[in-house]
Design a protein around this ligand. Structure first.
Ligand SMILES: NC(=O)c1ccc[n+]([C@@H]2O[C@H](COP(=O)([O-])OP(=O)(O)OC[C@H]3O[C@@H](n4cnc5c(N)ncnc54)[C@H](OP(=O)(O)O)[C@@H]3O)[C@@H](O)[C@H]2O)c1
Length: 264
């Protein structure tokens, strides 16, 4: 479990002992939900920082946020060229990123619904889950690596899901989403091991946000007790608390919103 009491209060990975230094953060998948919540929360913090945030939908609330510290960049995580273009743009402006939080994920959309049984399995839908939830994250890890190779503490956090834990799977169902999050966890664990050599101060973690009131969970909230359904603000606060408490030895781990380690 993360020690939040004795941990440094640096959710955004500020260079230690130098709070006047401008830090740069990238929030991926910030058009709505938890990603948008991270941006809104970070803009309330008055420490000097630069925030890059990616979105797909130009009608998103994100692009209406008016703050000189924020730059919004369009990006679909399934298109590596678009990830590379975002990173290139950031590299033209800053030498380093201190925090990267990937909030991209899909559970359902206009055409796909999570599978309740094997009868509903189809190749196209499974591939879509893997493309968005797993492959996108490792393409991001590949492209962002040069910006995390520096001497300050840095974070690469990916929002995963407890249902991606193989050890914790008691209920079944949601084949594609579960499997794509399990694959995500393995891809980021493997990234953490490579980053130990290439970006030794970068801490790579997977985070479970808890059930959070967003469009992703909306159709499945009926059986969730109110105290277990977090607002986006609460989830963001909790995850920032976990991130603040991370040590280099936590790299490669899978944490829940309360700082507990989750089984793979
Ligand atoms: N809410 C929960 O209860 C819960 C529980 C466990 C885990 N999670 C995880 O938490 C993360 C955030 O989810 P959320 O609840 O905030 O859901 P959300 O409101 O639906 O947000 C998902 C984000 O992913 C983006 N996205 C989807 N496909 C994309 C693509 N191909 N390229 C780029 N961005 C893409 C969406 O962009 P658009 O706005 O353009 O669609 C949106 O910004 C996800 O990884 C989810 O699996 C959520």
């Amino acid at each position: 479990m993360i020690d939040r009491v004795n941990s440094p209060p640096e959710p955004y990975g500020n260079p230690v002992g130098n709070s006047a230094v401008e830090t740069a953060t990238l929030i991926v998948g910030a058009g709505q939900g938890i990603g948008l919540g991270f941006v809104q929360q970070m803009l309330k913090d008055d420490r000097p920082q630069r925030i890059y945030a990616t979105y797909r939908n130009p009608q998103s609330e994100l692009v209406t946020l008016d703050d000189s510290r924020l730059q919004c960049l369009p990006m679909d995580i399934t298109e590596e060229a678009q990830i590379a273009a975002v990173i290139e743009k950031i590299r033209s402006e800053v030498k380093a990123l201190h925090t990267v939080i990937n909030c991209v994920g899909v559970l359902h959309d206009g055409t796909m619904q999570p599978e309740k049984s094997l009868r509903q399995i189809n190749t196209e839908q499974l591939l879509r889950y893997f493309q968005v939830n797993s492959i996108g994250a490792v393409l991001l890890a590949k492209q962002v690596q040069p910006l995390l190779k520096h001497g300050d503490r840095a974070i690469l956090a990916t929002i995963s899901a407890k249902v991606g834990s193989i050890g914790d799977n008691q209920l079944g169902g949601w084949y594609g989403y579960r499997a794509s999050k399990a694959a995500l966890n393995m891809l980021m664990k493997t990234t953490a091991l490579e980053y130990k050599r290439t970006c030794p101060r970068a801490i790579v973690v997977n985070l479970h946000p808890g059930t959070t009131d967003t469009q992703l969970s909306q159709p499945f909230q009926r059986n969730v007790p109110p105290e277990k359904l977090f607002s986006v603000d609460r989830t963001v606060q909790q995850l920032l608390g976990v991130i603040a408490g991370l040590q280099e030895s936590d790299s490669g781990e899978f944490f829940s919103w309360n700082g507990d380690r989750l089984p793979w």
